[in-house]
Design a protein around this ligand. Structure first.
Ligand code: ADP
Length: 626
């Protein structure tokens, strides 16, 4: 029979499964059981909310059957089943996720990691089987269909017979080779321990016929074998269990089984609340940033259960945006099953739960920062940017919650510090919290603008992300200390006599600076003596609210409004270059023009801003070399 080819993307994934990228093949069983459980969830939910369906809990289970001689392993369920179209759409293509498209674009980098970040699900069967057959009958249909595939060359779908609604997944387990043992997936005891390990908390019974031995009746010392159906899993959902009974591994397995992420969770949080509102929740902070985290495609949300029944797989209302990285589930008895999405948003109970969850996450993060610094820094590396967005967005309404969770790199400590740590170490005479912006720590280290502040022995926070300065502007101050860019006009460092002296110096040089300003025209607002430079001849700083870094960020945004910083060219009058400048001013106006343009362009380059005409610039340099 003619085979339908897999869609290109599915084919690639299948290919990867067959040449299995996972060292951990045994997870295929977890994936199939998890799908079966989802399918029963769906029919269970329908039965509870649709009075025309009757529901008998005993009829819902998952069964694992092994037939060693034919190498067949079957996972069957009494779930909602699939129609012909669903078989085609769900198993013939994995277009929904979009992660493969992403992978293609980023192929070279870290293929393994990325592919690990989406549900491998059903396809993982091909890691252990060289043929997979799915027989399914959908709820409300008399017809059943058989989907069959032996790998990349495609699949077939034909009508089939099936007595009851549900799905059977039949794997033809691969032959063992010298290097690979597949026989273990036909071993009852091995399968039983895999189920125990990965699927113990599945809420429906996972049944298996197990061969046991018992003393043979009537004959002393002899045994006989017999087969008996057993339920392998404990069936108590993990969130209903007592925390003391659970190990880190249990929580990790639940995280994997639920596809919350393919990293190991960095931290879990098991919440049981009884009070004005009652709920259980298991929340996770992932270790790694999901590949699509900072894109539009990423959807935040927690699984929402009403008394053990899944009612929504991603309820966004349970998490504030700044904690959108949190994964996990919430189960509450106080929610109605029949509630619609729109109603949920206004649900009082749900709002209470969301508020409660938010404060639990906050205190968890605070605790981690205090007691597990290294872990917190790992977390911050993955999701710190999100916290900074949180400070900035919603007009800063969440800044009080978030400001103590922020960290920045410190010029003095050469590591990440919190604002509290910074402020508590400030010398008496230091007025402001200083920061400097740049692409990398190394570049900021070299910024001429930092010289005066560093010389004073003050600590500088390094801002390397676009959001940093915006977030800080929203905070305005921390513990009554204002933030100040090392490039800002007033650094609050000069002593009174310094001020007098600089006024005198400024007067002395006014005519020179005025002429330089005229030469530069609109490009700068002013030319001034620099108080902050020690070893460099020039730098650019900004007057007013918009700093040069902010101008760069705003300019890179779509529909930017051409916001400009008011730039000031600062000159170091103690530098040898200044003497040449004065001489030119007195004797050679053409040279003054050349020097002024050169210095201005140098200042732009130091700031990482483009110079208007690089050819002119190099010509200018040649002129002074000749
Ligand atoms: P995922 O489970 O991550 O969506 P899978 O590839 O494992 O991805 O499964 C794809 C889809 O096929 C599922 O979303 C579900 O709709 C359907 N499916 C898989 N297994 C079953 C099953 N046992 N019963 C009903 N539907 C199933």
């Amino acid at each position: 029979m003619e085979k339908t080819p897999f869609k290109a993307e599915s084919k690639r994934l299948l290919d990867m499964m067959i040449h299995s990228i996972y060292s951990n093949r045994e997870i295929f069983l977890r994936e199939l059981i998890s799908n079966a459980s989802d399918a029963i969830d769906k029919i269970y939910y329908k039965a509870l909310t649709d009075s025309s369906l009757t529901f008998d809990k005993d009829n819902y289970y998952i069964k694992i059957t092994v037939d060693e001689p034919t190498r067949m392993l079957t996972v069957s369920d009494t779930g909602i089943g699939m129609t012909k179209e669903e078989l085609e759409n769900n198993l013939g293509v994995i277009a929904q996720s979009g992660s493969l498209a992403f992978k293609r674009d980023n192929e070279a980098k870290d293929g393994h990691d990325i592919i690990g970040q989406f549900g491998v699900g059903f396809y993982s069967a091909f890691m252990v089987a060289d043929g997979v057959t799915v027989v399914s009958r959908a709820l409300g249909s008399d017809a059943a269909f058989r989907w069959e595939s032996s790998g990349v060359d495609g699949y077939t779908i034909v009508p089939a017979e099936k007595d009851a609604v549900g799905t059977e997944i039949i794997l033809k387990i691969k032959e063992s080779t010298e290097d690979e043992n597949y026989d273990e997936y036909l071993d009852e005891y091995r399968l039983r321990s895999m189920i125990k390990k990965y699927s113990d908390f599945i809420r429906y019974p996972i049944k298996m016929d197990i061969t046991e031995r018992r003393p043979k009746e009537g004959s002393e010392g002899e045994f006989e074998e017999y087969r008996q159906e057993q339920t392998i899993n404990s069936m108590v959902p993990i969130w209903r269990k007592n925390k003391n009974e659970l190990t880190d591994e249990d929580y990790e397995n639940f995280y994997m089984e639920k596809h919350y992420g393919f990293d190991k969770p960095l931290k879990h949080l098991h919440i049981s609340v009884d009070g004005a509102v009652s709920y259980n929740a298991i929340l996770y902070i992932p270790e790694k940033t999901p590949f699509d985290y900072y894109t539009k495609e990423y959807e935040k949300g927690l699984e929402l259960y009403s008394n053990g029944v899944l009612i929504m797989s991603k309820s966004p209302d349970l998490l504030p945006d700044y904690y959108s990285f949190v994964k996990g589930m919430v189960d509450s008895e106080d929610l109605s099953l029949n509630i619609s999405r729109e109603m949920l948003q206004q649900d009082k109970q749900l709002n209470l739960i969301a508020k409660n969850i938010k404060s639990k996450i906050t205190s968890q993060l605070q605790r981690m920062l205090k007691d597990e610094r290294e872990k917190y820094e790992t977390f911050y590396k993955a999701f710190g940017t999100q916290l900074k967005y949180g400070v900035y967005s919603e007009y800063g309404s969440n800044k009080d919650v978030l400001q103590d969770l922020l960290m920045f790199y410190s010029s003095k400590e050469k590591k990440m510090v919190t604002l509290d740590e910074y402020v508590s170490k400030m010398p008496e005479d230091q007025k402001y919290i200083y920061y400097a912006t740049g692409d990398t720590y190394e570049r900021i280290d070299k910024l001429p603008q930092t010289e005066l502040v560093s010389d004073k022995g003050y600590e500088i926070l390094y801002f390397t992300e676009d959001i940093d300065e915006f977030a800080i502007k929203m905070l305005m101050n921390y513990k009554e200390k204002e933030f100040r860019s090392v490039s800002s006009g007033d650094l609050g460092i000069e002593a009174a006599e310094d001020l007098e002296q600089s006024a005198a110096e400024a007067n002395e040089n006014r005519a020179l600076f005025d002429e330089m300003k005229t030469l530069l025209g609109d490009k700068v607002k002013d030319v001034r003596i620099s108080k902050r430079l020690k070893n460099h001849p020039v730098c650019l700083t900004a007057d007013g609210e918009v700093t040069i870094e902010m101008e760069k960020v705003l300019r890179a945004m779509p529909n930017s409004q051409n916001v400009q910083a008011e730039k000031v060219l600062e000159i170091n009058i103690n530098h040898d270059v200044f003497r040449s400048l004065r001489a030119a001013f007195e004797q050679d106006k053409e040279k003054l023009g050349l020097y002024t343009t050169l210095l201005y362009n140098q200042a732009l380059l130091i700031e990482g801003l483009p110079i208007q005409d690089p050819v002119d610039f190099t010509n200018d340099i040649c002129k002074i070399m000749v």
